[in-house]
Write a protein that binds this ligand. Structure first.
Ligand code: CO
Length: 183
């Protein structure tokens, strides 16, 4: 059973710039920003009711998201539906001949399960399925708190400091890249 739209992911070349529309003009609230090292992206989370808009900026050039951005430009990347039982959902879709990118769910940190359905089968939109584990809400709160703390120590202001934080993050990345490696 589909519970709700968990999030809508929009890929952008610059999260800070995108916030000037999604936060300032549209009026969504920014809950937090965090880098996802695994996927080589920075993600900004903007709740909209029971769902979220996630702005995704690739910071590594050899990732799927970066390739998507350079090929198609900024825009909708995927829609994520939260389901009760992801394995049952995948089995049912497979039985109907739906093209799945992940036939088995990917187990993420904290045991969360996710899988993608190929746009070939969905009329052009990448769809993510997501099964939330019981620990997920608590883990998420913890992560937000951790990031707020980190933001506030770095910039003294939690949300207001996000932009400066992002700039600092990019700056430090640029310096890391620029530092010549020892032979
Ligand atoms: Co997603």
């Amino acid at each position: 059973m589909i519970r709700r739209i968990n999030h809508i992911a929009i890929v952008v070349p610059d999260v800070e710039e995108a916030l000037s529309f999604y936060q300032d003009s549209l009026g969504l609230e920014l809950s937090h920003v965090e880098p996802n090292e695994e996927q080589g992206v920075i993600v900004a989370f903007l709740p909209a009711g029971k769902s979220e808009v996630e702005l995704v900026e690739p910071v590594e050039s050899d990732t799927g998201v970066a390739r998507f951005l350079s090929k198609r430009g900024p825009g909708l990347h995927h829609i994520c539906f939260e389901v009760d039982d992801i394995q049952t959902t995948l089995d049912r879709l497979a039985a109907r001949g739906v093209e799945l990118i992940n036939r088995e769910p990917i187990i993420g940190t904290g045991g969360k399960k996710a899988a993608f359905i190929h746009p070939h089968s969905t009329h052009g939109v990448l769809i993510e399925l997501y099964e939330v584990t019981p620990e997920e809400p608590a883990r998420r709160r913890e992560r937000v708190l951790k990031w707020r703390r980190r933001l506030s120590t770095q910039r003294r202001v939690a949300i207001a400091g996000v932009r400066a934080f992002l700039r600092a993050l990019r700056q430090s990345r640029a310096e890391t890249v620029a530092t010549p490696r020892k032979p």
